[in-house]
Ligand binder design. Structure first.
Ligand code: PLP
Length: 411
């Protein structure tokens, strides 16, 4: 029997350091309060980065076949292999990598239930004292998961910054190209094309980061969740298109935004065998983590993922991405015509705008919600340099995007 308070179960204090609630739950609360007070308001949501188009025919057909297989004794499948089925890993190697000239092998691919899990879990591989660098603004999972891992120091609520995180501002001032930080990091998170700014960098700039990481023996975590949206030819689709990336980079991919799997759940992470730090194979470590903590993505979902790589599947995802990018072009040009300073929307489904009249991001959020009944995402929720910016997504329907745009223009 425990006798003193000191002996009782203690929670992970690092979790207690996380400020406030997650960005999207704050938005949801605000929108609900507004909708409750104004039940007739026809709110258009261009806030959260979720897709709206249904799954494509090839994917649905593959799901049906796989479901039937699961109901037949001779084709039933139990636990999937920890690292993913060969049929999917081989399709990934062929279409995502070999076709682009990247020498990635199937045993360097780890299939998962999505990029959020992998981008949040990958920090388990880092030692406690690793210095983390992130682009600012960026997808909040990188910082928050490192806070949970006890790696970020203390939070300064005024500056909205963690003492031990190295922030690399990417704003209009530097053309959204991160600069090498003054302090040398151990881990560099790059999300390209970037969420939330919708911008990216050419392959020649990415190569500089690969060279920098190799020179400084740092690890790059490259989140390429929006790879399918790249439209410009000088932009790399994978970091492994850069020379030397296999000795410094882990790449994370998702089926959410290219094929609409946000509700189906599938992703993968590439950990090259050449990635060796402290004499330890990172591939081996990730295999160990995956094997210990993950029992595989569902068979039917992996079959659906395989269908994405079929000829018809590839055509369908190009159409899907094209649909959203049509919205992106519409929103981007419409806002520019209305006098807004706009960025992104060319290689990503996000449009990043500068708030007018020096409004804060949250002031502009309230303004847009109340005056146009349009929901977007305040830029400050993605990092201190996101203040005075605002994110709109192209994931709505064309009809709604047009209506939202007209309302914003009319303000
Ligand atoms: N990475 C980035 C940069 C994202 O923006 C998102 C989702 O919005 C994810 C990862 C999550 O992807 P998934 O749905 O595969 O978990």
């Amino acid at each position: 029997m425990k006798e003193s308070e000191e002996e009782m179960f203690r929670v992970n204090q690092d979790y207690q350091k996380l400020p406030g609630s997650y960005l999207f739950s704050t938005i949801a609360k605000k929108v609900k309060a507004y909708q409750d007070a104004n039940p007739d308001a026809a709110i258009i949501r261009l806030g959260i980065g979720d897709v709206t188009r249904p799954l494509s025919k090839s994917v649905i057909d593959a799901l049906h076949v796989a479901v039937d297989e699961m109901g037949d004794e001779s084709t039933f499948r139990g636990y999937a292999p920890d690292l993913g089925y060969d049929f999917l890993r081989e399709a990934i190697v062929k279409i995502d990598y070999a076709k682009r000239g990247c020498d990635i092998a199937a045993d360097e691919i780890f299939v998962s239930d999505g990029a959020k899990s992998d981008s949040g879990n990958i920090q388990e591989l880092f030692s406690k004292d690793c210095r983390i660098a992130v682009c600012d603004p960026v997808y909040p999972v990188y910082v928050d998961s490192n806070v949970m891992g006890g790696r970020c120091g203390t939070y300064d609520a005024d500056k909205e910054q963690w003492s031990d995180i190295i922030y690399m501002p990417t704003t209009a001032e530097n053309g959204f190209v991160p600069e090498f930080p003054k302090e040398t990091p151990d881990v560099i998170y790059l999300c390209l094309p970037n969420n939330p700014t919708g911008t990216t960098i050419p392959k020649s700039e990415l190569q500089k980061w690969v060279d920098y990481a190799n020179k400084n023996k740092a690890l790059i975590i490259y989140d390429a969740a929006y790879e399918a949206y790249i439209s410009e030819s000088d932009v790399a689709h994978s970091i492994y298109e850069c020379e030397g990336a296999k000795t410094c980079a882990i790449e994370i991919r998702s089926f959410s935004k290219n094929a609409g799997f946000t509700g189906l759940r599938l992703g993968f992470t590439v950990v090259p065998k050449e990635l060796v730090f402290d004499g330890v194979s990172v591939n081996g470590m990730w295999a160990r983590r995956h094997g210990t903590k993950f029992n595989g993505a569902p068979y039917i979902v992996q079959r659906a993922g395989e269908a994405v790589y079929s000829e018809a599947g590839q055509k369908e995802i190009r159409e899907l991405v094209g649909y959203y990018m049509q919205n992106a072009a519409l929103i981007r040009s419409g806002l520019a015509d209305a006098g807004y300073e706009v960025y992104g929307g060319v290689n990503a489904p996000y449009i990043w705008l500068k708030t007018p009249n020096q409004m804060t991001s949250w002031e502009f959020f309230d303004y847009l919600l109340e005056k146009a009944n349009v929901v977007g995402t305040p830029g400050s929720g993605f990092g201190p340099s996101g203040e005075h910016y605002f994110r709109l997504t192209a994931f709505g329907t064309v009809e709604n995007s047009k209506i939202a745009l007209e309302r914003i223009k009319a303000l």
